[in-house]
Structures are given as C-alpha cells and as structure tokens.
Write a protein that binds this ligand. Sequence first.
Ligand SMILES: *Cc1c(COP(=O)(O)O)cnc(C)c1O
Length: 349
Amino acid sequence: MTRWTRPSVRGLQPYYNPMVEDRIRMDTSTNVLGSNPAATTLLNSIRDVDLNQYPSTYSDDLRKELAALYGLEPDNFVVGNGSDEILDIIYKTYLSFDENVVLHYPTYSLHDFFAHINGTGVTQVDLDEEFQLDTENMLSKPGKLLVLCTPNNPTGNALRRDDVLHMIESWKGPVLVDEAYGEYAKDAYLPLVTEYDNLIVTRTFSKAYALAGMRVGYCAASEEMADEMMRVKIPYSLNRVSEMCAIAALKDQGFIRRSVDVVDRNRVPLMRGLEELGFEVFPSQSNFIMALSPVPADTLISGLRDKGVLIRDFSTKRRLENCVRTTIGDEELNAILLEKAREVIEECR
Ligand SMILES: *Cc1c(COP(=O)(O)O)cnc(C)c1O
C-alpha cells in the first residue's frame, strides 16, 4: 500500500478470482443451461455494429423492453454494467461520507465493498438463527439507506415477505432490495416500485438470464429516483453489444422458464444427496444451496477443485463457519458434484 491511498480503500482485499481452467463452475450461481441462446444467436448474426459511435447514453432501448416486461415505464429503470454498477450508483446518489448504510449479515459482500469505497459508514445487523431479519433491531439503527437481499446470497433463503414490506414501510429513507435471484423466488418486489416511493429494486442478467459475461444489470424505482440515479451513472457504461444481447434475452422468456424449472426440479434431490453425505443444508429459494460441510471446508473445496469442480468457500466468515455454497446443477452436474464430494469425504476418513 502506498502512502497516497485514500483511507477508505486501505485494507481492501482482492475479490474472488479463482483458477478456472477447464473446471466445472458451481461457484458463481450462474445458469447451468449455459450461455443465453437468444443472445448467442444474435452474436452469431450481427455484422454491422457501428463500433465508431458511442452506445445509447442511458440504454434507452433496453429500458423500453424492461418496461414492457414488467408493465412499468421506461423511466422507472436504470440500466448499468452489471447490477454491481447499479449498487455503486445507489451509494453515490444517496450517501454522503458522514452517513450510514444498514445491511443485514450475512449478505452479498459487495454491498459492504461499495459502501466502503464510497466512503460511507456501514452498520451490519445479524440475521436470526433462520437467516431471517431482526426487523426491530435493524429499524433502530441510525442510517440513511437500508439494504435487503432476497433471496439472500450466500444463505440462499428468501426473507419473509411480511418482514420486507414492514421494513419498506417503516424505514425513513431509501430501501434497496437486491433481487439478483428474483426469477427463482416466490415473491417479487420489483413490481412494488410504483407503490413505495422509497423502494429501489436491483436485478441482473447474470444469473437466470445466463449473460454474466456481458455484464448487464438494472434497477427499478420511482421515476424521480431513477432520474437522479441516471444523472450519477457513468454515461455509456453499458456497451452496445451487451445492450443488444440483453434485449434479445428479454424477448425469450421461455428460456427463463426452462432455467427456473431445471433449478426447481433439481433443488430437493441435490439437498437430499448432500444430506446423505453428511452435510447440513439450509433452505433455498435461489439457484444455489448453502451447506455445512461434514469435513473441513478447505479440504472439501480443494479436493473438489483437484477433481475438476469449483464450489464457493464461505467457511472463514462469521456465522458461516465451515459452510460452502454450490450452484444447483441439472441432473448430470449434480451427479458429478455428489460423486466427487463423496470421494473427497471418503479420502478424509
Ligand atoms: C450475482 C449478484 C449480483 C451481481 O450481479 P451482476 O449483475 O453480475 O453485477 C448482485 N447481487 C447479488 C446478491 C448477487 O448474487
């Protein structure tokens, strides 16, 4: 660290950056059906993209498609380079250096990251034993922005709907609901942005839409909030090709239904398979499962890696001691994962 570093970024750790090679990826909760087919077809057919001109400043064509899908207005949407960019925009738009964001713990680590790099204070409030909100405790904390993630990453469960609505109604400032796994869940909060003027809901093309490599995300909010966030956003942050791919993907909702179906069919069998190997599994309404490993998690992770399968390690995190997270595969991927895990566990004995 040089002596010039801004205090708020000192001590930052590098983000997850595994040696992938040809390993099976069950570590990032992406879509196990593979690349989005409509976007792939489009990429194979485009010949005349004008690379010389800037893309649309605010990705207006994609905002129109999103509005049509959800029955809202294009002006309710902000589109960005992954929903991670949207998170950054939200912190930049609503939080000053002396203000605070209230997060639940555990949750998606980049909330804490974006708050820190934007110089904002963070208060974390533990989820309860069932990884549900401690609503009154959270509401009692001073802060301007409240962040809820449902279904929550890395725990996999959805927060209770009554609790989420209670929080949105009781919190005095903006409430961000990170719905990256919304397509897989029973409840959806995005449609409520016209009902609550303090609600911002983020979503992504990286999970159910199978476009993580294209980096497209968005949020919905009141037209007033969307307008303020658009002014903060880096102009042209979403490139033209990514915008075209996202539009093609939105128009193929059949693929999204198939993607959700494959997860719904394989979630319980994977849970049962893991339990038979001695894992304790946690409830999931997403396309991944968090599980407590029956052997030291680092042994499990490195053993699986040597056998060609990547899953994600959370074992060094408080409340998640010895826990790992795996994407829910199709029948074939889950069979491979369970077989390799069985081998690693047997080698430990
Ligand atoms: C994957 C994920 C995101 C990030 O999505 P991108 O659009 O790829 O930036 C945001 N929030 C949660 C909870 C996620 O799991």
